[in-house]
Design a protein around this ligand. Structure first.
Ligand SMILES: Cc1ncc(COP(=O)(O)O)c(C=O)c1O
Length: 436
C-alpha cells in the first residue's frame, strides 16, 4: 500500500502521522505469529492488545463463526432473543466466582465499564440510596475510552483534551513504588496500606453515603502492568464492605486465563460485586464484552414494582450471535487445551525471562505476575520514550511488544512455549542494548 491508500483511516490510539510515514501492516496470523505484508513472521508477545489468549486463527473459533453466520447472522436481544446468548451467559457465570452469576453483554470493554458504572448508580437509587453518585477510580487506571470510563480512568494523556468529563469522580493513588518494590517477583511485599487512602482521604472527603462504587483493575494493564501489593485488594474489599460501596474489578485484560484462573478475582481470592470482561471472551475474534453481576444486585432490579424495562440500558449488538459463537469457540479451545492451567505451568519460566533483563542498560524495573509482565526504562523527558523505541526495534527484529508509558508490556498468548519465551527475551535484550 502506498501512502495515499492510508490517508482516510483515522487510526485509534495511534500517532497517525508517524504511522503513515512508516506503516506496519499485518496481513495474516497463525498461533503465535503475525505475517506482515512483506512476508516476515513476527512473534506476538502481547496477545494482540491482551486479546488472543489462545493464539491466532484457532480452528474451533473460525468454524463456530462460519457456521453461525450461515444459520442466524443477527437477532436483537431487545425483547427478542436467541438461545446462544442465554447459553453463553450460563457458561460465563459457571466460570466466575459463585456469587456473580448474572451477565449483561456489551460489544467492548469500554461499554462493559460504562454498563457496570450505570448498574452501580441505578442499584443504589433502587435501594433508596440515590445520594450515592460519586465514582472512584485510580491513578494510571484504564477503563476504556467512553466518557464514564475516561472519567474514572487515571491516564492523564487520555483525559486532558476532554474538559471536565463526569462530575463527582475521584481517584486513589496508583500502587507503583519503584523505590521499595522495583524488580519484585510477583506481588510486591510492600504497599497494602495504599488501600487505606480510600478510608482515610476519599471517604471523609466525599462521604460514604455519596459514593456508589470503586472501580480498579486487579492488575493495572495499560498503566504499565502494575502488580497489586500483597493484601492490597483484600483491604479495598474490606473498606468497601464497611461503607456500602460497590467494588468493581475491571477484568478486561485479566479475565479468561491470564493469571491461570478464569478471573483474577479467583487468583487473588477477592470477590468484587461486579466484574467487567471483554477481549479474551472471544479470543479477540469478534468484538464482545460484558459485566458479571452479583445475583443480589440483579434481584434488586427484578424486584421493581413496575412491569416495564428494569434497567434502561443496552446496545443493539448486545449478545450478538456471531460474538456468542466466537465466545463458545474460544471457551472450548481454552478448556480442551487446558490453557488456563498453562499460565501456572509457564509462570516460573516467564518470570526468569522477565528478570533476565535486570542489569541491562536503562532498565529500572522488571515485574511479572503469571503471564503478565513489564520491563520499565529510565524516563527520557522531552524525547520519545525508551519503551517506544525498544518496541519499534523489537518489531524490526520480529517481535511485537507494546510500549506502555516508560515500560514495555508483555502478555504472550497462553499457548506460548519455552522457545517463544526465549525468542521474546532474547529479542528484547538485543533491542534494549541498541537504545541509548
Ligand atoms: C482494563 C481495561 N478496561 C477497558 C478496556 C477497554 O476495552 P475496549 O478497548 O474493548 O473498549 C481496556 C482495553 O484495553 C482495558 O485494558
Amino acid at each position: 500500500m502506498n501512502s495515499a491508500d492510508l490517508e482516510h483511516y483515522w487510526m485509534p490510539f495511534t500517532p497517525n502521522r508517524a504511522f503513515k510515514e512508516r506503516p506496519r501492516l499485518v496481513v495474516g496470523a497463525k498461533d503465535m505469529y503475525f505475517r506482515t505484508g512483506d512476508g516476515k513472521e513476527v512473534l506476538d508477545a502481547f496477545a494482540t492488545m491482551w486479546c488472543v489468549n489462545a493464539g491466532h486463527c484457532r480452528p474451533r473459533i473460525a468454524e463456530r463463526i462460519a457456521h453461525q453466520s450461515a444459520v442466524l447472522d443477527f437477532a436483537t436481544s431487545y425483547s427478542l432473543g436467541h438461545p446462544l446468548a442465554f447459553e453463553l451467559a450460563r457458561r460465563v457465570a459457571a466460570l466466575a466466582p459463585a456469587s456473580l452469576d448474572r451477565v449483561f453483554f456489551t460489544c467492548s470493554g469500554s461499554e462493559a465499564v460504562d454498563t457496570a458504572l450505570k448498574i452501580a448508580l441505578a442499584f443504589h437509587r433502587r435501594r433508596g440510596e440515590g445520594t450515592r453518585q460519586c465514582l472512584i477510580g485510580r491513578e494510571r487506571g484504564y477503563h476504556g475510552a467512553n466518557i464514564a470510563g475516561t472519567s474514572v480512568g487515571g491516564q492523564p494523556i487520555n483525559r486532558r483534551d476532554f474538559g471536565g468529563l463526569l462530575p463527582r469522580v475521584d481517584h486513589l493513588r496508583h500502587t507503583q513504588d519503584l523505590a521499595r518494590s522495583a524488580f519484585s517477583r510477583g506481588m510486591p511485599a510492600e504497599g497494602a496500606a495504599l488501600a487505606d487512602e480510600l478510608e482515610e482521604r476519599i471517604i471523609p472527603l466525599h462521604g460514604a453515603e455519596n459514593i456508589a462504587a470503586l472501580i480498579v483493575e486487579p492488575v493495572a494493564g495499560v498503566g504499565g502492568v502494575l502488580i497489586p501489593p500483597q493484601g492490597y485488594l483484600q483491604r479495598l474489599r474490606e473498606i468497601c464492605d464497611r461503607h456500602g460501596i460497590l467494588l468493581i474489578f475491571d477484568e478486561v485484560i485479566t479475565g479468561f486465563g491470564r493469571l491461570g484462573r478464569p478471573f483474577a478475582s479467583q487468583f487473588f481470592g477477592v470477590t468484587p460485586d461486579l466484574i467487567t470482561f471483554a477481549k479474551g471472551i472471544t479470543n479477540g475474534a469478534v468484538p464482545m464484552g460484558g459485566v458479571l453481576v452479583k445475583r443480589a444486585i440483579y434481584d434488586t432490579f427484578m424486584q421493581s414494582p413496575h412491569p416495564e424495562v428494569e434497567f434502561a440500558h443496552g446496545y443493539t449488538y448486545s449478545g450478538h450471535p456471531l460474538a456468542c459463537a466466537a465466545a463458545f469457540g474460544a471457551l472450548e479451545t481454552y478448556e480442551e487445551e487446558h490453557l488456563f492451567e498453562r499460565a501456572d505451568a509457564m509462570a516460573a519460566y516467564f518470570e526468569d525471562g522477565v528478570h533476565s533483563l535486570r542489569g541491562e542498560r536503562n532498565v529500572v524495573d522488571a515485574r511479572n505476575l503469571q503471564l503478565l509482565g513489564a520491563i520499565e526504562f529510565a524516563p527520557r523527558p522531552g524525547a520519545i520514550s525508551r519503551a517506544a523505541e525498544v518496541s519499534r526495534k523489537c518489531w524490526e527484529k520480529g517481535l511485537y511488544v507494546r510500549a506502555l508509558g516508560d515500560a514495555i508490556g508483555l502478555c504472550p498468548p497462553l499457548i506460548a512455549e519455552k522457545k517463544h519465551f526465549d525468542q521474546m527475551f532474547g529479542t528484547v535484550a538485543d533491542a534494549v542494548r541498541s537504545v541509548s
